[in-house]
Ligand binder design. Structure first.
Ligand code: GDP
Ligand code: MG
Length: 372
């Protein structure tokens, strides 16, 4: 049986971590947001939250089941899933160019080319394997989303311009990736420039603990030019090798779970959310919740703007059907039925409002004083 952290668990329940910490504190257990909680404890807590809503038994099953699925995927249900890649680096070092070039060079012949849809992520196929690229500014992917318990990225590509070298945001990106425990591949970009000095990039990054494989370390450096589309294949191969080592797996059979990457209000179709599905399979007609919003999936679009019926593991998609615009970083869950979904978001909204007003006052110290 696996364990999850209190923070993750709170997120899954849709209640602030502070509330769970307080609840446990009052029971004499001092836990923090990072403490692992046992399945039994989690189950005990879930029951308490379910008791808040009317149809006790059903909701209890809802949360209990959701959580059970979270920790106990049967080995035989797990399948390989595509890696999710985030590109990070200093401004102007070529993040956007690299994303665009990789996408453009992977347009399957016969497709009418051109990027029809601006979605927060896209998927390509290399050597018959899918790779998902998430187009969120590196920081958001690692800070905002992580703060909400949603780890999106499997592998970080650190772009460093060979004519500029390691810059402040390079170091910042590096520290985010390290904190998240995500493997880093360095893309030394702009090698087409006469003044490019890839060696200098390697030396500078070594000072930050990233030692290239050639030099006896374990970080892959790939020299590329996003502009001239040089060595992009090498970069993709390196991503696939890294992904293979990670043995990324998930269960496609259960109800879908994912994360909202971006969202907006479309004047024609209403709230639109770009999501990345991390577990299960999302289908038209599924009832969904994300933070304080809920709805029923009315339409699904892939990264090319085509209508699709199902969204699989690590696949990005645009969802139409939310009643309001969900927040980027919110976790999206498929829920049994609309009634339940409505109750869950009501609770989440209530809890978030509460958390808003008490965020600053609830710390472990203030709690212990308060309840002494
Ligand atoms: P971002 O801020 O990291 O997203 O960087 P951009 O992708 O917007 O690129 C910044 C500038 O660098 C643009 O003018 C690009 O055309 C240029 N650029 C990006 N990649 C390369 C490259 O491989 N070679 C050259 N010569 N210029 C590049
Ligand atoms: Mg950019």
């Amino acid at each position: 049986r696996g364990e999850i952290t209190l923070g993750d668990f709170a997120d899954r329940l849709g209640v602030p971590s502070s509330e769970i910490i307080k609840k446990l504190f009052l029971k004499g257990q001092m836990l923090t947001i990072n403490s692992p909680i046992s399945f039994d404890l989690a189950e005990e807590l879930a029951v308490e939250y379910d008791a808040l809503v009317e149809e006790e038994e059903e909701i209890e099953l809802e949360f209990g089941e959701k959580f059970a699925l979270e920790v106990e995927d049967r080995e035989e249900d797990l399948v390989e899933r595509p890696p999710v890649i985030t590109i990070m680096g200093h401004v102007d070092h070529g993040k956007t160019s690299l994303l665009d070039s990789i996408r453009a060079s992977n347009v399957v012949s016969g497709e009418d080319g051109g990027i029809t849809q601006k979605i927060g992520a896209y998927q390509i196929i290399k050597n018959g394997k899918k790779i998902t690229f998430v187009d969120t500014p590196g920081h958001e992917a690692f800070t905002d989303m992580r703060a909400r318990g949603a780890q999106v990225t499997d592998i970080a590509i650190l772009v460093v311009a060979a004519d500029d070298g390691v810059m402040p945001q390079t170091v910042e990106a590096l520290s985010h990736a390290k904190a998240a425990g995500v493997p880093i591949i360095v893309a030394v970009n702009k090698i087409d420039k006469p003044e490019a000095n890839p060696m200098k990039v390697k030396q500078e990054l070594m000072e930050h603990g990233l030692i290239s494989v050639e030099w006896g370390g374990d970080t892959e450096f790939v020299e590329v030019s996003a502009k001239k589309k040089l060595h992009l294949d090498d970069l993709l191969d390196t991503i696939l090798i890294t992904a293979e080592i990670l043995e990324l797996k998930a269960n496609p059979k259960k109800r879908a779970k994912g994360v909202v990457l971006e969202s907006k209000l479309d004047p024609k179709v209403g709230p639109v959310a770009d999501v990345l599905i991390q577990e299960g399979t999302l289908k038209i007609g599924d009832v969904i919740v994300a933070g304080e919003t809920y709805g029923k999936v009315r339409a699904l679009l892939n990264d090319k703007g085509e209508r699709i019926d199902v969204v699989g593991l690590s696949q990005p998609a645009e969802i139409i059907g939310f009643n309001q615009v969900p927040q980027a970083g919110d976790t999206i869950y498929v829920i049994q039925n609309e009634q339940h979904a409505k109750r869950i978001v009501e609770e989440v909204a209530k809890e978030r409002k509460l958390a808003e007003t008490s965020r600053k006052t609830i710390t472990l110290e203030s709690l212990s004083e308060q309840f002494e």
